[in-house]
Design a protein. Structure first.
Length: 324
């Protein structure tokens, strides 16, 4: 299958390109602002395009390739999404529209758009959150993704392309490229702090809840959606999540334990108030939500990367790269 991946040199895109290329798909990687100078990364790709997705000539070049599937990953992160409205919409919203407008005319079978769990806003209650949960965006990042979701819905209903939206929870894992902007992610950040500073400093009291899913499990989910029947499709929105929710303090305790097992040293954990955590016996939170992934499991999804395995992978990466 010929697959175009936008944002191919990004944190998720780089891993996804490698994963799908190994599965013998013809990968066309769209990179910006430059093609990564790493020989092994693009060795098995069908084609690499260096271009800005905001330019109509790049949109046309993508459409003219007549791919079987497009995976659209380009987006500003949570922080950059708060910048100038015109700039943000040019990256987070308009490319989705332009790609679908042009590519649905060329026989495109499948379009997968990466949205975010942030479209639901702040989740506090002990509930099961499925894909029909009310949308209550609380930041521009979530808002712009929801705008793109609506564009996807329009073309799913009014074209012959199977347009799928995936709402991703909190992904983590070692980056493919050192320049990938991923060390602000909670799991990556805490592991880096443990490795480099021999301590874990939380940015909260440790009670916030997160659903963490490793990048390889994200890739597995995308492959399932690519290989699913083209049309008709029963559902057009899927959660990519682990289905398990942990407090940040639980995560810190697990990282601390793995660090102790690897390096034979106990490191301190402190909250945002500089209070060192001494008792980890009650780190759980009974009022935790669950990001339901049963819709994806119904087509064969089975996350296989445990937190222990993922944390060890991050420590392996830091050892190899001298702490990043």
């Amino acid at each position: 299958m010929k697959i175009i991946i936008t944002g191919a040199n990004g944190y998720i895109g780089a891993r996804l390109c490698q994963f799908l290329a190994v599965k013998s798909h013809d990968i066309i990687a769209v990179c910006h602002p430059s093609i990564p100078d790493v020989d092994y990364w693009g060795k098995f790709f069908y084609k690499i395009i260096n271009g800005d997705i905001r330019e109509q000539r790049i949109i046309k070049q993508i459409a003219d390739l007549k791919a079987d599937a497009i995976i659209h990953l380009i987006s500003l992160d949570h922080y950059d999404s708060e910048k100038d409205t015109h700039f943000v919409s040019q990256i987070n919203v308009l490319p989705t529209w332009n790609l679908l407008k042009e590519c649905t005319k060329t026989g495109l079978k499948k379009f997968i758009y990466f949205s975010t769990i942030h479209v639901y806003g702040k989740l506090e209650k002990a509930i099961i959150v499925n894909e029909n949960h009310p949308i209550k965006t609380a930041n521009i990042y979530g808002l712009t993704h929801y705008l793109s979701e609506n564009i996807c819905d329009h073309y799913n209903r009014n074209s012959n392309t199977n347009v799928i939206t995936v709402r991703l929870s909190n992904s983590y894992g070692a980056p493919i490229f050192p320049e990938n902007n991923c060390w602000w992610l909670a799991m990556n950040d805490l592991c880096k702090s443990a490795y480099k500073n021999q301590q874990i400093k939380l940015l909260s009291d440790g009670t916030p809840l997160r659903d963490f899913i490793h990048g390889n499990d994200v890739c597995q989910a995308v492959e399932l959606l690519i290989n699913s029947a083209d049309r008709p499709i029963q559902e057009s929105i899927y959660h990519i999540s682990s289905g398990n929710t942990h407090t940040i303090l639980e995560l810190a305790e697990k990282i601390r334990t793995i660090y102790k097992n690897r390096y034979d040293k106990t490191i301190p954990v402190s909250t945002s108030e500089n209070a060192e955590v001494e008792d980890f016996t009650n780190v759980g939170n009974d009022k935790r939500y669950i990001i339901d992934n049963s819709r994806l499991r119904n087509i064969g999804f089975d996350p296989c990367w445990s937190l222990d395995k993922g944390i060890n992978e991050l420590f392996d990466y830091m050892e190899k790269n001298h702490g990043v």
